[in-house]
Design a protein around this ligand. Structure first.
Ligand SMILES: [Zn+2]
Length: 253
């Protein structure tokens, strides 16, 4: 039996699969990994984009929005790939309970996952939020307003600062999302990592939580991860074609 068959078998026998996705699944949709060589953090100094700086000066907020608007078109036009659709297939088969993601591009929802089944640990750039009153605006609406008015650091009608609804350096992670992710990791019976190198917190802890609670661990990434030794299956290949083959094999069970 090959690896795909064996993984399909444990998924077919499972009741609750949780998938953890990282940059690897998005790069296959043409979204570059911020951390990779030649990536965005080489063009935009992350030290200038911290949450503290954002809060402390208008110049920093303008700089932040310059960065944010520079990456927006790539994100706005990116389309889900076969990996995103394979996960939707698993969901429709009643196997996939939820997706925990480090990605901020909204591609799981664009592929058809219900919003409440996607836990976005780092937020989403499809929305803009007021840091004071919490009001949220569709990103397109703010883009349009900025185009029309020339505004470079938009503010809410309450006077609060508007910011892309993603987590910046130095900004705390959304507690509710992290605790939901921990709970999902603890209660699944199969935990699949797709396209994450599992190096940053809280990504790093989720597979351990799953494993400690008896789940089978499957890791699909191009690079090694610190958790490879705990995995029941490791596939060092692209996530899209791999997830697609697995979903096809599950369908035949
Ligand atoms: Zn507000």
């Amino acid at each position: 039996m090959d690896k795909f068959e064996a993984i399909a078998e444990i998924i077919a026998a499972s009741r609750r699969v949780v998938v953890f996705t990282g940059a690897g699944i998005s790069t296959e949709s043409g979204i570059q990994d911020f951390r990779s060589p030649g990536g965005l953090w080489e063009q935009w100094n992350p030290d200038e984009l911290t949450f503290d700086k954002f809060m402390n000066s208008r110049a920093s907020r303008e700089h932040y929005w310059g960065f944010s608007r520079a990456i927006w078109p790539t994100m706005a036009f990116a389309k889900p790939n076969i990996g995103h659709y394979a996960l939707v297939d698993l969901y429709k088969m009643g196997k996939l309970d939820s997706i925990i993601t480090q990605n901020v591009d909204g591609l799981h929802q664009a592929a058809g996952m219900p919003d409440d089944k996607v836990i976005e640990l780092h937020g989403t750039l499809k929305w803009v939020a007021c840091l004071s009153c919490g009001k949220r605006f569709p990103r397109e609406e703010i883009e349009k307003m900025m185009d029309e008015t020339g505004e470079k650091a938009p503010e809410c009608s309450c006077g609060g600062y508007l910011k892309q609804a993603t987590i910046s350096f130095g900004q705390s992670l959304p507690e509710e999302a992290v605790s939901r992710a921990q709970e999902k990791s603890a209660t699944c019976d199969v935990f699949i990592v797709a396209g994450s190198s599992l190096v940053v917190y809280p990504a790093a802890q989720m597979p351990i939580i799953a494993k400690q609670n008896g789940a089978k661990l499957v890791i699909i990434t191009l690079s090694d991860t610190p958790h490879d030794r705990y995995a029941d299956f490791i596939i060092h290949e692209k996530t899209g074609p791999t997830l697609s083959q697995i979903a096809e094999a599950v369908k035949k069970k």
